[in-house]
Design a protein around this ligand. Sequence first.
Ligand code: GDP
Length: 365
Amino acid sequence: PLSCGIVGLPNVGKSTLFNAITQAGAESANYPFCTIDPNVGVVEVPDPRLDKLTELVTPNRTVPTAFEFVDIAGLVAGASKGEGLGNKFLAHIREVDAIVHVVRCFQDENITHVSGKVDPLSDIQTINLELILADIDSVEKRIDRSRKNMKGGDKKYAQEVEVLERVKEALYNDMPARSIELNDEEKLLIRDLHLLTIKPVLYAANVSEAEAADASNNPYVKMVQEFAAAENAEVVPISAKVESEIAELEGEDKAMFLEELGLEESGLNRLIRAAYKLLGLYTYFTAGVQEVRAWTIRKGMKAPQAAGVIHTDFERGFIRAEVVSYDDLVAAGTMNAAKEKGQLRLEGKEYVVQDGDVMHFRFNV
Ligand code: GDP
């Protein structure tokens, strides 16, 4: 499954946030393919469309889709030179698909700040610098190797060097690799380097309990927002402490607590949705009387691959898919009504699945 790594300096609230994530935890029986590891938290993706489909179909059970958050603690200044457990943590970041960067935007005299004062921009730069230095190392090694390979006359290496030189220049200017425009072919050329700064990032601005519902007056959050806007990244203000309290509650109690706080939903839900979007994911649904369920795919996946997310047999034996879009189904009211209106389509192997498709697969076993 896809995953998001949580990074940030020590004492910014990563563990508090990660604990909220695991507390809120998904029913693991529903997600047997997820990783079992104390540093991995599985979260369910809240989706109002799933509730609506449940209303329409009244199945025996409803299962949201899920993805993983990985707690990557221990990143400190000097990590790229092996300070702390530097290299190990950088290796963990290499494995995730996107990054949630937690920054401290709360004041609390009792909680030491590693660099002496609350300064989110300097914190962000400290972490980013480590990631940039690690990438410079990877890029320079690869450039050397590809220059040698170039002598064999293979054009691919010359092209690769050209792209890497551009990446290197950005890195030397303190810019992450994600900031340079690369076409699909260029991206493919450097994909196996697994650069750290090419991964999409979002900033979780950890604010005080009092600002859980409205952090718009927090000057640190404003600074982070301005910084993030310049690199097209999103900021989710969240109070890790409040989230860890919300996560301990359920049902009525939870609803009451949220109301007291003036929150429409938990900050965790907002964070989960923002991370899902960041990963570039789509959701399709299956809607049977036994089970209504949401499934996660990457944008651009074709019907057989999407079926393979449910079970590899579905992909191998794929024949076709019956598809109706979520909007059409809801407007029609029932599957049969959608069928009568001609909105239930039969799609083949080349069909590119759209966000919100309600699918039924036919396959050979
Ligand atoms: P980590 O080192 O980044 O994992 O940070 P922790 O989650 O362990 O948090 C460090 C300290 O800050 C702990 O004592 C937390 O209780 C505290 N803390 C975390 N979030 C908040 C917050 O929103 N407000 C306040 N006042 N303290 C917080």
